[in-house]
Unconditional design. Structure first.
Length: 219
């Protein structure tokens, strides 16, 4: 049987920012109840009084807050490294691309701080590289099907302890912080101890400040 609590839980799962606001206790239950009332009444096929919705919201908020307290503690302190003047080239995944890998790696000089990230999906491959190598890269990929060719990008990288991959919610904390600051993430690159966000150059300073604020909050 569908209940008010069931419907509220469903609505909150669909709205991460609302869930965050309830977890932090920074939102008016009455205002949320007024917004949810039409949908809940429609699903139940009858008018639902606001006090009943408010009560269910309070109970769900308490569960979220308790769950937040029980989460495994993690040390978010990290150096944040920002790089600019990057390009993202995405191509359809083909066997011919892999014959070009060594030549692509030879383009960059990692000892001088150059950037090269190759992300392989099921059907597409993304290449993040310094913009100064863009023309040479595109020449190498002249027989490939380029899907995206985006310039004016920056990267923000954070390094963690080995607990990173074993701690639920770390990636969520960072992506949520960027979302709250209205920053779009173009790509996410993750290893066992490092997390890198590829974003637009125009958002780089704001994103850096947001991530720095998060690491300070989580000391």
């Amino acid at each position: 049987m569908v209940t008010i609590s069931n419907l509220i839980e469903h609505e909150i799962k669909r709205k991460p920012l609302l869930q965050e606001a309830l977890t932090q206790g920074i939102i008016s239950f009455s205002s949320v109840a007024e917004q949810l009332e039409p949908s809940i009444s429609k699903h139940l096929g009858k008018d639902v009084h606001l006090p009943a919705i408010i009560m269910a919201l309070r109970r769900h908020a308490e569960k979220l807050q308790q769950k937040s307290k029980e989460q495994k503690k993690f040390n978010y302190q990290s150096e944040i490294i920002m790089k600019s003047n990057l390009t993202d080239v995405a191509i359809l995944k083909t066997s011919s691309f892999f014959t070009k890998l060594q030549a692509i790696y030879n383009l960059v000089d990692f000892e001088k701080g150059d950037t090269l990230n190759i992300i392989q999906g099921n059907y597409e491959i993304s290449i993040i590289i310094n913009s100064k190598y863009k023309e040479k890269l595109l020449a190498m990929l002249s027989d490939e099907k380029v899907q995206i060719n985006e310039d004016n990008l920056s990267s923000l990288s954070v390094n963690f302890s080995k607990d990173y991959v074993d701690t639920p919610g770390v990636l969520f904390e960072f992506t949520r912080k960027l979302a709250w600051n209205n920053i779009n993430v173009v790509e996410i690159i993750s290893t066992s101890k490092e997390l890198t966000f590829i974003i637009s150059k125009k958002d780089a300073v704001q994103a850096f400040e947001a991530l720095q604020e998060l690491t300070e909050e989580k000391k």
